[in-house]
Design a binder for this molecule. Structure first.
Ligand code: UDP
Length: 284
C-alpha cells in the first residue's frame, strides 16, 4: 500500500510513518517542519520506501499531486499545542481548516481513503462522561482563542462528512485524546514533556490552575496501533471514532506521579492561568 502521511515529521506522524514502513508499506511524508523536525525521521529517512516532501498542506497543487500517488492519506498535519494556537490564532485556523479541505478536495472522485485526525478538544466543556462520538459539543466563547482550535477541528469533521456525502470521498474521522511518548516536545505547551523536563532538572513543576482538571493520556504506540487497525475496517468509513485511554488523572496527580517516577527534588507549584498563558485562557 502507498500512504501519504501529512505531518510526518511531527510527534505522532513520525511514529505512524515508522510503523507503516515496518509493516512493508511505502510512505510519502509531507511536512513543513513548522513544529515537526527532521530529527523525528532519523530512523527512516534513508529507507528506500520512504519519501519526505518538505511543503505545506496549504499548497493545493502539491497536496493534489501527492494524493494522486497514494491509496491512503492520513492527515496528521495541524497547528497544535495550546501555546502555539494562542500565539498564532489566524495561521492556526487557516492551516487546520484549509489543509484539511485541500486534502479532501484532492481525494474527491478518486478511489482514496482519507483519515482525518481530529481531537478530544471538540468536546470542549462538556461534563457528560464518558464522551460519546454522538454527543453535543460544548465550546466556549469565540472571544477566547483557546476555542479556535476546537472550532477548526469540528469544522474539519463537518468538511470530511460533507465530502463523503457529496463527493463520495471515503473518510474516517478519529478524535485523538491526549497522547504522549518518545519525541513529544514540551515546546508548544504539552504537559507531560514539560513536567518531565522540570522534574529531571529539579526545577519547580508548574501546575497551571487548580490542578484539579483532568485528562486521559495514551501512549503514542497505542494510538498508532488503533490507526493501523481502523484503516483496514471497511465499516469505519464515514464514521467518527474516539481514540484514547479511559483512565483519567488530574494534572496535580500527574505532577506527583512524574516527580515520584523521576525521583525528583522538584517542588510542585501552582501557576494561575493568566500567568501561564499570555493571550487569555480557559481550561476544561
Ligand atoms: N499544564 C500544566 N503545566 C504545563 C503545561 C500544561 O499544568 O506546564 C496543564 C494545562 O493547563 C492543561 C493540562 O495540563 O490543564 C493539559 O495540557 P496540554 O496542553 O498538554 O493538553 P490539552 O490542554 O490540550 O489537553
Amino acid at each position: 500500500m502507498r500512504l501519504l502521511i501529512t505531518g510526518a515529521a511531527g510527534f505522532i506522524g513520525s511514529h505512524l510513518a515508522e510503523r507503516f514502513l515496518a509493516d512493508g508499506h511505502h510512505v510519502v511524508g509531507l511536512d513543513n517542519l513548522s513544529t515537526g523536525s527532521m530529527d523525528n525521521l532519523a530512523s527512516i529517512k534513508d529507507s528506500d520506501s520512504f519519501e519526505c516532501v518538505i511543503g505545506s498542506v496549504r499548497d493545493q497543487s502539491l497536496v493534489t499531486e501527492l494524493v494522486d500517488q497514494c491509496d491512503v492519506a492520513i492527515h496528521m498535519a495541524a497547528a497544535v499545542g495550546v501555546k502555539y494556537i494562542l500565539e498564532r490564532p489566524s495561521y492556526s485556523i487557516h492551516t487546520n481548516v484549509n489543509g484539511t479541505e485541500n486534502l479532501l478536495h484532492a481525494a474527491s472522485g478518486r478511489d482514496k481513503l482519507v483519515l482525518i485526525a481530529s481531537t478530544s478538544e471538540v468536546y470542549g466543556k462538556s461534563t457528560k462522561t464518558p464522551f460519546n462520538e454522538a454527543d453535543d459539543l460544548v465550546l466556549g466563547s469565540t472571544a477566547n482563542m483557546r476555542w479556535s482550535y476546537a472550532c477548526a477541528k469540528a469544522l474539519d469533521e463537518c468538511l470530511a462528512l460533507a465530502y463523503a456525502q457529496e463527493s463520495k470521498v471515503s473518510t474516517i474521522i478519529t478524535r485523538l485524546f491526549n497522547t504522549t511518548g518518545p519525541r513529544q516536545t514540551g515546546r508548544y505547551g504539552m504537559v507531560v514533556p514539560n513536567f518531565i523536563e522540570q522534574a529531571m532538572s529539579n526545577e519547580p513543576i508548574t501546575v497551571y490552575g487548580s490542578g484539579d482538571q483532568s485528562r486521559c493520556f495514551s501512549h503514542v504506540a497505542d494510538i498508532v496501533e488503533a490507526i493501523v487497525k481502523i484503516i483496514n475496517v471497511p465499516k469505519a468509513v464515514g464514521q467518527v471514532f474516539n481514540i484514547g485511554n479511559d483512565q483519567e488523572i488530574t494534572i496535580e496527580g500527574l505532577a506527583q506521579m512524574i516527580k515520584d517516577m523521576t525521583d525528583s527534588k522538584s517542588e510542585i507549584i501552582k501557576v494561575p492561568y493568566e500567568q501561564a498563558y499570555t493571550h487569555g485562557f480557559e481550561d476544561m
